[in-house]
Design a binder for this molecule. Structure first.
Ligand code: 26Q
Length: 800
């Protein structure tokens, strides 16, 4: 089944020897007594050996022309081994070699820790973009931070979320190479820090090209202050080292709330400054010191506002270190940078205290002030008045608005789905759009089909390849459209159902092993997996489950399909309400799963520690995909695309990329419900949730379980706080801020429709098939080519 992917020839005996040699050198062990993680390391290092030459060749080829650089505080890479084997086209072969050595590849894959250096969608998008760039032979480098600890590991204790450190490096990281000699120094007002790059190869599918992800680790310039140490001042001697290393120690576990921490600002400046120094050093090496040419060789994408400090930092380098004047530097910056916006939530727009900036980055702050001055002048000359200028100023009331800085300084600002971009243009950023309409672009997100289909759903991948008579879809996802001709073919539809069933069995087994809960693969697997946030409305899902349960209790003979509701989500540790929602769902699960009287008709499972590798088991096993955010709040969503590609209809609102998914696959093959953006806009100022609470049958009963003693929140006050937020609101928001009550009844109707339509197995399978057939648009290959052509102006450069 490999075809195009096969670009690497394996010398089996040599590979075996390599693995054994590495075990010997690194661990002093033989195959017999080596642990699985040691075998994983040895195998991974052997693969690194295979690709080294092509990697060097790729970087060399790229260095001659214009390249793009993706600056991101997060890269949510997940596991590397399986993906790399797939992309090299050697998965089956390696499996065979390992078999001969009595090693089970699957077990080795499972031992790998996820590289969880991201919170959710934004970080995973960066990872998909890296993979697609390599596959498309695009000269793209990723720059970020090599956090010692990624996003926390989540456990449940008595239904409450517990966070543990994610020590993902405990067995080492065979997929990265430390490049000591390319270290640079980053200057803060309170001291210098060394930035040491670790390079990870990004292996494209069906190509020799190999791209690079360069993540920086922070270290002290001086490992140890020997003088202090000799004076037996051990703590003091270690202090400097710790202070430096703290910068890359841990990923911030927030995915929307802005976090005004000094350390967060240091993290941002740290990797951005290192990345820019790296670019400058290489530019001088390859192209000399005529900086008017810098823009001909660089396109830098800012992944949200987190790396926006790159704008004044590049100005600083060009002016202070390379001697350009302000206007020349500005012209370079404007041409080089572009910015992606990932959020509509106002409260999430990043702002920094002027004093904080001044205290650690005084020169950078001066430059921001200069930019602000220039902007005000520009607005003035365009005839804008005092109020309008105040609302757009980059520095206002002692705060720096990173989004404003980004839009003003860059040549392109993009949203991540059509609806999202429209909301930016006509609503959230309409003042900006009016002045700079040509800067606003849409780039609908995508996902890589290598990880999110070929690797994680081998059954479906093989079927697709068979039906299409080849595997061109792996690099050209629009080929899937040709599957549509099987939409009435019973043999194909049954095969599809069979594959789904076996994926559900695999998931059930995994859940039993990991969560200790038995679930029935013959029930509908109804899955909501994403970060926990009020706007994503896990609570709406929970209320519906509870309502269904009460209806079942009242009417035990109700003819419904068996259903398993599965959740996976991490809550930011400081997000009290999100944690309350997790506890609430776990309480509901306890109640329902222990109630024998409902005959296992419904079950609820909240899986622990949802992450990329768990997703790879969940997406392929889903019957229905929950995408139920309040319309206008989800910028795009990418999980929705992963479900679709794995043949799962969506129950969802008209929000983010759902709109485009339904446009591609047809409303009749999905379950759309709820208020649309325009309706929400219209009612938002007069919305009274109590009206719904009192009138919608069943709603009050489920909402009241938050306060009537049905459930126990361990005296934390969590449930009552949730109740109040829905009925009374809080100082910072209206009651039921996300319109759960408003959409409840319509959601229930859509869920009932799912129940009815699922019963006709063939017509259900047809919906699944049509969803797959129309997923072509949502490949990150398409997205990244759009960035390359329309924002970066770079071309593919395939190595020979
Ligand atoms: C900010 C300041 C301090 C600490 C953390 C943060 C922070 C970190 C991560 C703020 C936001 C994020 C992540 C946002 C995110 O994941 N957004 C999602 O991006 C996806 C890719 O474009 C979209 O599909 C989702 O709709 C969007 O929610």
């Amino acid at each position: 089944m490999e075809g195009k992917g096969l670009i690497m020839k394996i010398n089996k005996e040599r590979l075996k020897t390599n693995i054994e040699d590495i075990l010997k050198i690194k661990y002093g062990k033989t195959l017999k007594n080596a642990k699985n993680h040691e075998k994983f390391n040895a195998l991974s290092k052997s693969i690194m050996l295979l690709i080294t030459d092509n990697w060097k060749e790729s970087l060399n080829t790229y260095s001659k022309g214009k390249q793009a650089y993706y600056l991101s505080a997060e890269f949510l890479m997940g596991r590397a081994l399986g993906n790399n084997l797939i992309n090299l086209g050697i998965y089956d072969e390696i499996k065979e070699v390992l078999n001969e050595m009595d090693i089970n590849l699957n077990e080795i894959e499972e031992i790998e820790e996820d590289a969880g250096l991201g919170n959710g969608g934004l970080g995973r998008l960066a990872a998909c973009f890296m993979e697609s760039s390599a596959t498309k032979n695009l000269p793209v480098t990723g720059y970020g931070i090599r956090y010692s600890y990624g996003l926390f590991k989540q456990k449940f204790k008595d239904g409450f979320q517990i966070e543990e450190v994610d020590n993902w490096l405990k067995y080492g990281d065979p997929w990265s190479i430390r490049r000591e000699e390319e270290s640079v120094i980053v200057n803060f007002k309170d001291g210098k820090v060394k930035a040491v790059p670790y390079d990870t190869p990004i292996i494209g599918y069906g190509t020799k090209n190999i791209n690079r992800l360069r993540l920086y680790k922070a270290e002290a310039l001086q490992e140890l202050d020997l003088e202090l140490f000799n004076e037996q001042e051990y703590e003091k001697a270690a202090r400097n080292k710790n202070k430096a290393e703290d910068i890359s120690k841990v990923l911030y576990p927030n995915d929307t709330k802005r976090e005004g921490q000094l350390l967060r600002l240091k993290q941002q400046y740290f990797f951005v400054s290192a990345a820019l120094q790296d670019m400058i050093n290489k530019f001088k090496e390859n192209h000399g010191s005529d900086f008017s040419k810098f823009k001909d060789y660089h396109a830098i994408q800012l992944n949200d506002t987190h790396p926006v400090v790159a704008i004044p930092e590049l100005m600083r380098i060009l002016i202070d270190e390379e001697g350009l004047d302000f206007e020349k530097a500005w012209d370079t910056v404007h041409n080089v940078f572009s910015y992606t916006n990932h959020t509509i939530l106002r409260e999430a727009l990043e702002q920094w205290d002027v004093d904080l900036y001044k205290s650690i980055l005084p020169r950078v702050y001066q430059i921001i002030k200069e930019i602000n001055k220039k902007f005000i002048k520009e607005l003035g000359s365009l005839g804008y008045g005092y109020e309008r200028i105040n609302s757009m100023k980059i520095i206002y009331k002692n705060r720096i608005s990173m989004a404003w800085l980004a839009i003003y300084a860059t040549h392109a600002t993009n949203g991540v789905a059509k609806l999202h971009t429209d909301i930016l243009k006509y609503q959230e950023l309409k003042d900006w759009y009016e002045i700079y309409p040509e800067r606003f672009l849409n780039k609908t997100n995508g996902i890589t089909q290598r990880r999110w289909l070929k690797l994680c759903n081998k059954g479906l991948s093989n079927l697709i390849t068979k039906l299409l008579g080849g595997d061109e879809w792996v690099t050209n996802l629009t080929m899937l459209k040709n599957l549509e001709k099987y939409k009435d073919d019973e043999i194909v539809l049954n095969k599809l159902l069979e594959i789904k069933h076996s994926n559900k069995e695999r998931l059930a087994k995994y859940i039993e092993e990991n969560e200790g809960i038995k679930i029935n693969p013959n029930s509908i697997f109804d899955i909501q997996i994403k970060r926990l946030h009020e706007y994503k409305r896990q609570l709406l899902n929970a209320f519906h489950i509870l309502d269904l349960y009460y209806r079942l209790k009242e009417n035990p003979d109700m003819d419904i399909e068996k259903r398993t509701f599965i959740f996976g989500a991490k809550a930011a540790p400081g997000y009290f309400r999100a944690k309350g929602i997790i506890k609430f769902i776990n309480e509901i699960a306890k109640l329902i799963n222990n109630d024998k009287s409902i005959n296992n008709k419904i079950k609820v499972v909240f899986v622990q520690n949802y992450r990329v590798s768990y997703g790879e088991k969940l997406f392929p096993a889903a019957d229905i995909s929950e995408q139920i955010s309040t319309a206008g709040k989800e910028a795009s969503g990418t999980g929705n695309m992963k479900f679709m590609l794995n043949g799962t209809p969506t129950i969802g609102t008209y929000d983010g990329a759902n709109v485009e998914i339904v446009k591609e696959a047809g409303e009749e093959n999905n379950f759309i419900f709820g208020a649309k953006v325009e309706e929400i806009e219209k009612i938002k100022d007069t919305y009274n949730p109590k009206k719904y609470y009192e009138k919608v049958p069943g709603l009050k009963k489920v909402v009241d379980t938050l306060i009537n003693g049905t459930f126990d929140d361990g005296d934390t006050g969590m449930f009552e706080e949730l109740y109040t937020s829905l009925l009374e609101g809080a100082s910072w928001h209206r009651a039921d801020n996300y319109f759960i009550f408003k959409d409840f009844d319509d959601y229930r109707k859509a869920q009932n429709k799912v129940d009815v339509e699922y019963k006709d197995r063939l017509s259900w399978a047809k919906k699944c098939l049509i969803n797959i057939a129309n997923a072509g648009k949502f490949s990150s290959d398409r997205t990244i080519m759009e960035y390359a052509k329309e924002i970066w102006s770079i071309d593919s450069r395939k190595i020979k």
